[in-house]
Design a protein around this ligand. Structure first.
Ligand SMILES: [Zn+2]
Length: 160
């Protein structure tokens, strides 16, 4: 995951590690990269850019700069933490750790409940009438898992 950090705190930390760098230059680079992120400037590969990465490589995403798939304890400016890849998907490691909620597939990508179609079996299920939040989550996970299957099976089905 990314560790959220403010521009000021990041500059402070960076200058402690690299005392030779120019604070003004650093700030200008970060602020310009942040502005680019907000203007939806993307990495060549299509992913959102890693603002902190602008210290070394301009307008590139975390993966292209580091060669790693997802961040693990790397910094990102707090207002640029929620990233999307070229498919518009969000990964659990690229979300604000304090705001993670909802559903994720086996690879860790967020599932949009609106994108899941309800199988006809659900329409005659007791649980579909008045599902509580947790029940609905389980139903949606099950539906998503079987999205590509011809026949929908459900162990929790209760006939109306
Ligand atoms: Zn990239």
């Amino acid at each position: 995951m990314f560790i959220p950090i403010s521009v000021d705190d990041f500059i402070k930390e960076h200058l402690e590690n690299f005392p030779g760098e120019n604070e003004k230059v650093l700030r200008v680079r970060l602020e310009e990269a942040l502005a680019n992120y907000k203007r939806n400037v993307k990495c060549n590969c299509g992913n959102d850019i890693w603002v902190v990465g602008a210290v070394t490589v301009w307008d590139s995403c975390f993966s292209c700069i580091t060669g790693k798939k997802h961040p693990a304890g790397d910094y990102e400016i707090d207002s640029a933490i929620e990233k999307r890849d070229k498919y518009g998907r969000r990964h659990i490691d690229e979300m604000d750790p304090l705001k993670i909620a909802g559903m994720f597939d086996d690879e860790g990508y967020e599932i949009n409940p609106d994108s899941i179609t309800k199988p006809s079996l659900c329409l005659v299920c007791l649980k579909n009438i008045d599902p509580d939040w947790e029940e609905e989550l389980l139903c949606n996970l099950n539906r998503n898992d079987q999205a590509d299957d011809k026949e929908f099976k459900c162990g929790a089905f209760e006939k109306l």
